[in-house]
Design a protein around this ligand. Structure first.
Ligand SMILES: [Mg+2]
Length: 245
């Protein structure tokens, strides 16, 4: 009986020693086993390649809430306030042919009514009809900036991505919205081959380099309104609705 119990023990010791040679013990100090406790399951994390984009329906709901709870208006008001303060300070310093550049859509004119009626879709024919109706209201805090610049005799220049063919509706709309007293307005030519950004930059370049304006502020809701230089300061208004490049 003794032999039968010793032999397996010796064999087990040999196997252990052999295993230690093949797989040396880890240098990580052993830790006491943690107490067993219920663990909340981890939130499922999708592999990046399988991650879905944000759900369109939910995103539209989020945007409507952003508008309806006043955050959009607050964002517009905050940026417009900064622009107005800067323009008023800058006007005191003076200079030749000081100008303020404004974009139009979602800068001075709000198309929210149309966008919501379209559930944030864009149908060119229906957009053109909306422009022709000339019914977009002014964005009041930005109109205040426009009025402040006018009151200080700065030139007011509108550079819009609207097409030349949008001119009648746009100018009727500007008058109706109390924005009729501008100095110059530039439309993107129908069939313009470049980007809105390149068009807008080329107009500011012309105003500064060829016509001697000093653009003290450039105000818009799109990055493409503002990049490209030729303005002392730029002011980016919020626009979660669309991108114009
Ligand atoms: Mg715009």
């Amino acid at each position: 009986m003794l032999q039968r119990s010793v032999v397996p023990a010796l064999f087990a010791g040999f196997v252990f020693a052999l295993a230690s040679c093949v797989n040396p013990p880890s240098r990580t100090p052993e830790r006491a086993a943690p107490p067993i406790a219920p663990v909340a399951p981890a939130a499922p994390v999708a592999a990046p390649a399988r991650a879905e984009p944000y759900n369109l329906y939910l995103l539209k709901q989020e945007i409507k809430t952003y508008v309806d709870d006043g955050r959009y208006e607050a964002g517009l008001t905050a940026v417009a306030g900064e622009a107005k303060e800067w323009i008023e300070q800058r006007a005191v310093r003076g200079g030749d042919k000081l100008a303020v550049v404004f974009d139009l859509d979602e800068t001075l004119l709000s198309n929210l009514q149309h966008m919501r009626a379209m559930d944030f879709g864009y149908v060119p024919k229906l957009w053109d009809e909306w422009v022709a109706e000339a019914d977009a209201p002014a964005i009041a805090p930005v109109r205040d900036v426009y009025l402040a610049a006018r009151a200080r005799n700065l030139a007011i220049v509108f550079i819009t991505g609207r097409k030349t063919s949008d001119q009648p509706g746009t100018e009727n709309n500007l008058r109706a919205a109390g924005l009729g007293g501008y100095t110059r307005i530039f439309y993107k030519p129908n069939g313009y081959a470049g980007t809105t950004e390149s068009f807008k930059t080329s107009i500011r370049k012309k105003l500064v380099e060829e016509e001697g304006y000093t653009i003290v502020a450039n105000i818009g809701d799109q990055t493409s309104d503002l990049t490209g230089g030729y303005a002392e300061r730029t002011f980016k208004l919020p626009n979660p609705f669309y991108i114009a490049k």
